[in-house]
Design a protein around this ligand. Sequence first.
Ligand SMILES: *Cc1c(COP(=O)(O)O)cnc(C)c1O
Length: 403
Amino acid sequence: MSSLLQTPSTAPGRFGPYGGRYVPETLMVPLLELERAYEIAKNDPVFQKQFADLLKNFAGRPTPLQFAARLTEKLGGPRIYLKREDLLHTGAHKINNAIGQGLLAVKMGKPRIIAETGAGQHGVASAAIAAHLGLHCVVYMGTEDMARQALNVARMRMLGTEVVGVESGSRTLKDAINEAMRDWVTNIRNTHYLLGSVLGAHPYPTMVRDFHSVIGREAREQILLAEKRLPTHLFACVGGGSNAIGLFYNFLRDHDVKMVGIEAGGRGNGLGEHAVRLAAEQGFTGARPGVLQGTYTYVLQNEDGQIATTHSISAGLDYPAIGPEHAWLADQSRASYAAVSDDAALEAGSLLARTEGIIPALESAHALAGLQTRIPEMSKDDLVILNVSGRGDKDMDTYKRLL
Ligand SMILES: *Cc1c(COP(=O)(O)O)cnc(C)c1O
């Protein structure tokens, strides 16, 4: 690692050597403005009350922590609880963060929101909160993703959002983020960039994590009430990493709680066939530390440092970098990361549907498939919380076609 990067981990926006703020000068102004606004909002009881109120009455929190009796019996290992983020308004955890940043935009006096989206879930969440708060919203989306997620495009448009197709690069999430950044540079005065995961330059990875940490705060209370003890394992899928860190964060000090992030193993180990940034010991190639879209983290790249194309059956996991806090948790072995294939995720989605009556998002199905691979090393005394990050309605075409 270059000596330039040996910043103390206490520096704001740093997770060990990861994170930071690697942006063109023009973006420093809005990033510093956002950081200041967020610091004030964090300690502002009025802001926190508005946030809590919208989480409850607009999004539908708290979400249940449901004991999965038939899944537990079927897998024959640990007791399994499901954190039901799929029950939230707009269908996934993404609304937690969208509400937080929407309120911040209002606080900063910015009437216009831009966002990028892969699976379309973050676009829909942004569109919904923008409409609710009376903000103008523009969403950038790769045309490849627009085709895969046509229903979500229609939902955003019905909510009054302008959806802009991005034709450059691989026409997926990373290209949409580039376009959104370009828009932001030219419209910083009236525009807030509502970034959808724990990615990008400081303060985004910290701020987005904080907005999602309600997941783990609730889950901790709920499991203590139900089982009178902490879980032994947490499982969540990891695209950018926001639903996973949202669940993990309030358990980080509980050293007996093992945390497992599940990445998209796609259809093979070669570069371009998967979106595995951290689970390299499973033989996936191409990830090493680098800078992408404002943050220093593990990035899938070729030998020349060109960003690799990625593949996953699940648009929400199909991204070449990972949130910098996960890179740090992996380096420290505080969390572990593993990958499962497209096929394993499809099967797991079907399993959850038939045992529990829940059709999960393909992203969340990865988390269950990851849990299944660990069952042989677990016992009946183990206690698992599995984050069901979203519902499967958006993925029905894929399920129908491939199952
Ligand atoms: C977007 C999305 C993900 C992946 O994003 P993270 O930031 O890793 O949470 C996972 N599940 C669902 C349902 C999503 O919509």
